[in-house]
Design a protein around this ligand. Structure first.
Ligand code: ADP
Ligand code: MG
Length: 510
């Protein structure tokens, strides 16, 4: 195979891997260089061992797997260390305002983005499990005459004896954390492994190294869980650390109250000098709140100066945040930006099993698979459905078997009952065929594969036996059994098949 073709595979593998999490990808790969590529080896050079180890662990498996699919080659990696002359992605540019480095925008001419879904899929409004928080006004100017508001922040002086300096409440109390949001209860899969690894590093010794860590992704995908897992871990391993876990909304409310009660000094001490680790949830909430942004900017700078780690969560990438001051957006990208995506089927099944175990729900494998196939976008919804089904089963004295779950989900207004026709339609269009091709005797490879996938989905998604599926396709039941087994095997072994099935399943649910 010529080097030219190999380079093509390499470029495609890079685009594919980068699409998952462009900002973090760029960060790492601006200090890595491709030295050479041959049918046996891939020569890479890293700036230092830290970069080499991170890239090896977090990116190379995907890149090598992609190349293996595309070319059939299992490349050996030869690493070297040294100066990088031609980085895989361009290095950061200087930001003269901040006197710091920032990344150029992730879209780069040298790397073709594959036509995959956008990294952070914004979910349709109907899938939001809870209504968006009521808008909070940006605080009035400190000079304006304030109307007192109830504050969660300790701003009330009346009971203090004269001369006593009022201490803010402890930075974090365990009550504010959900005890279930720990690393032990978090299921790691390809959709969230970078965010998870970075969060774990932040909770260990690596907090400063990645600071600020910016976790972003759609709603219900585990950002708050990870943020709180950091707090749990640090609290258990370094109990004297002063951790602040705060939503951006609460920060805003604290700020307003501090202004109104003339307690800015205590507010600033609390967030700036008395904080060893700041965890801010849903930073997008600051959008359009100019004065809070200004205050937060100074909070950020103070902590950064002191080398205190900061972790954010956000429903968007920094660059996508609207009505957010540029200097804040730039700071959000100083450290590591790691996204969480909607989990793949296997991860969804594992999450369901974990939740069932935590809640003491008996869940058999078939039911877990069915639920994970039916609800694909959002973990919160997946979890909510499981809890709802368990409650209903217990109230009506039923066991949670496939028939019960299928009945419940089809009667719920949100999910529509699938039919064989739906499956034929979606699978055939995905494979550029007609639905009738799947029922024909055509034995062309693509048609056979599509037919097998349709049979597999009928088995997974519809309450149909093998003989019933056989009758629908004009085949006998052993053919259907073999087809289902074949697709199951391919699903575990072949990433491309897995990706195709994911797309088809999304269309079926969507
Ligand atoms: P976000 O903050 O991204 O909107 P949350 O962190 O509130 O989402 O997660 C929603 C629910 O889904 C929580 O109950 C959380 O425990 C669960 N969840 C999300 N991802 C995972 C995961 N990978 N493993 C286990 N539970 C998860
Ligand atoms: Mg959240």
């Amino acid at each position: 195979m010529s080097e030219h073709i190999l380079r093509g595979h390499w470029d495609a593998a890079i685009s594919h891997t980068r699409a998952r999490s462009p900002a973090s990808f760029d960060r790492w790969f601006s200090t890595v260089q491709l030295d050479n590529i041959s049918p046996q080896t891939l020569g890479l050079r890293a700036k230092d061992t830290f970069v080499r180890d991170w890239v090896s662990e977090h990116y190379l498996p995907t890149i090598l797997q992609y190349i293996r699919f595309a070319s059939g080659l299992a490349l050996q990696i030869h690493w070297s260390l040294g100066d990088i002359d031609t980085p895989i992605v361009p290095p950061p540019i200087e930001d003269p305002r901040a006197n710091r480095v920032v990344r150029p925008s992730p879209a780069r001419p040298t790397i073709q983005r594959p036509s995959l879904p956008a990294p952070v899929a914004s979910l349709p409004a109907t899938s939001h499990p809870s209504p968006p928080p009521a808008p909070v006004e940006d605080p009035p100017s400190p000079l304006a005459s304030p109307t007192p508001v109830a504050s969660p922040f300790p701003v009330t002086p009346p009971l203090a004896p004269p001369g006593t300096s009022l201490r803010p409440a402890p930075a974090i109390s365990l009550k504010e954390l959900n005890p279930k949001y720990t690393f032990e209860n978090f299921i790691v899969g390809p959709s969230n492994n970078l965010a998870h690894a970075a969060a774990q590093a932040s909770a260990g010794g690596g907090g400063r190294r990645y600071s600020p860590l910016f976790l972003c992704g759609g709603t219900g995908l585990g950002k708050t869980h990870l943020l709180q897992a950091i707090a749990h871990r640090v609290l258990s391993e370094q109990p004297t650390k002063r951790i602040i876990y705060v939503s951006a909304e609460r920060f805003t409310n604290d700020f307003i109250a501090a202004i109104q009660h003339k307690r800015m000094e205590a507010f600033r001490a609390h967030y700036r000098s008395e904080c060893d680790l700041l965890l801010v949830d849903d930073i997008q909430f600051l959008a359009g709140r100019e004065q809070t942004q200004e205050e937060f900017f100074h909070t950020f700078n103070a902590l950064h100066e002191l080398d205190r780690p900061i972790v954010f969560s956000s429903d968007k990438y920094p660059q996508q945040l609207e009505r957010m001051e540029e200097r804040l957006v730039s700071r959000f990208s100083w450290g590591l930006v790691a996204d969480v995506q909607a989990p793949e089927l296997e991860t969804r099944v594992a999450i369901l099993r974990k939740k069932a175990q935590i809640e003491g729900i008996l869940l058999d494998d078939q039911v877990a698979l069915f639920l994970a196939q039916t609800i694909s976008s959002n973990v919160r919804e997946l979890e909510g459905t499981l809890i709802r089904l368990a409650a209903k089963a217990s109230l009506t004295n039923r066991i949670i078997d496939l028939a019960f779950v299928q009945g419940e989900l089809s009667s719920s207004s949100r999910s529509k009952l699938l039919s064989v026709d739906d499956i034929l339609r979606v699978v055939s269009s995905q494979c550029n065929l007609q639905p009738s091709d799947l029922l024909s005797t055509d034995r062309h490879r693509t048609t056979t594969f599509a037919r097998h996938v349709a049979m597999y989905l009928c088995k997974q998604r519809l309450p149909m036996s093998y003989p019933e599926i056989g009758r629908a396709f004009g085949k006998d039941h052993t053919t259907v059994m073999n087809a289902v087994r074949r697709v199951e095997k391919l699903r575990t072994e072949d990433a491309q098949v897995r990706a195709q099935l994911e797309i088809i399943e999304k269309k079926l649910t969507g």
